[in-house]
Ligand binder design. Sequence first.
Ligand code: URA
Length: 437
Amino acid sequence: MNALDIINEKRRGRELSAEEISFLVNGYTDGNIPDYQVSAFLMAVCLNGMSDAETAALTFAMRDSGKIMDLSQISGIKVDKHSTGGVGDKTTISLIPIVSAAGVPCAKLSGRGLGFTGGTLDKLECFPGFRTDLSDDEFVRQVKTIGAAISGQTDDLTPADRKLYALRDASGTVESIPLIASSIMSKKLASGADTIVLDVKTGAGAFMKTEEDSVRLAKAMIELGKIAGHRVSCFITDMNEPLGNAVGNVYEVMEAVELLKGNGPADYRELVLSLAGEMIFEGGKADSAAQGRTRAEKTIEDGSALEQLCRILDAQGSNRKYVLDTGLLETAAEEETFSAPHSGYIQGIQAELVGRAEAALGGGRETKEDPIDLSVGLTLLKKTGDYVQEGEPLLAVHFNSREKADAARELLAKAYTIGAADPGKKQVIKKRPEDFG
Ligand code: URA
């Protein structure tokens, strides 16, 4: 077997065997097959696609390239959740406390933000002292003791995906459904959960720009779950405008805490409760997703979800006082508003531009090594479907540098479309697991 023959076969459109795919993945991970050959292979995949069997072989080869988390010491059905990433997506910070308060153990491995999308680990680090580098033993012990832990994915989990993802980024081969599906599912399968709930974002601020492509990605991941013997349920959710009102690490954390205190914007609340209902159902603590949702609502009303977040903070090196009083968290030194240039209904708010504006303030990173300012961000005061008068504030900008605030304003000026017709409110949930049969 050699890499060149495999590349040629893929270029000609022939279906590769599992052995050929794992030869390529292992050879690349070990450093025996060079970048230029694997780039050519990835481009052939982008152009010719992959069969279900090939996608599964690629997923398993990446899953098996590193360690697989062993959660067998934790009793109960372990349910994991993954979002394909978006702007203002602080879902995990309220979801994990809710689901674990309802009795479903949550062993959540999360990532950092890159480009215009945020990451849960950065957000959690707004809580002073919060540790995102738990060892495997600490991670499992914490889930056994308090029912939940949220920590960073270590380098020895799916090293093949990490290397391939960086190469895809540099070779124009990110946007391929089999490559995205196998990348996400290899990580989820290596994370050790029994059941996986996926939030596939769709729209201008998401990887998948159209609902049709999002459905294709969701179906590919459900199929991979079936082949691997894991239940996978998918939601397709809107990412045309940012989720909720807060964009930027510390402001998103505050919004997530507010949700657990019974407040929070309607779209964010709807998404969290829908995902929670499904996870509680899949975790065997409700007879249906609707019943799971009622349970989720109860954990907010009775304060048990808030208490769970407090326990997570106490267990992971921070202190519950930051949840009980989010005014203690560090925020930006200055604030100013960004106003509507003319009157009318907000037709749309481009999530990607808002995400890039937050990054321009210093809250995002271009490369994994860039430092970020957790204290800057934006608070949306109006959303799609709201009527605004000329000069009325559309959002608040929280900043530490005049120059960066000006750069953010330039992006924000292009983010809003305001017109005469009332477009109505956006529905955050486009498709639920039952829509996939
Ligand atoms: N997220 C991933 O983890 N992988 C992809 O390929 C795209 C989004």
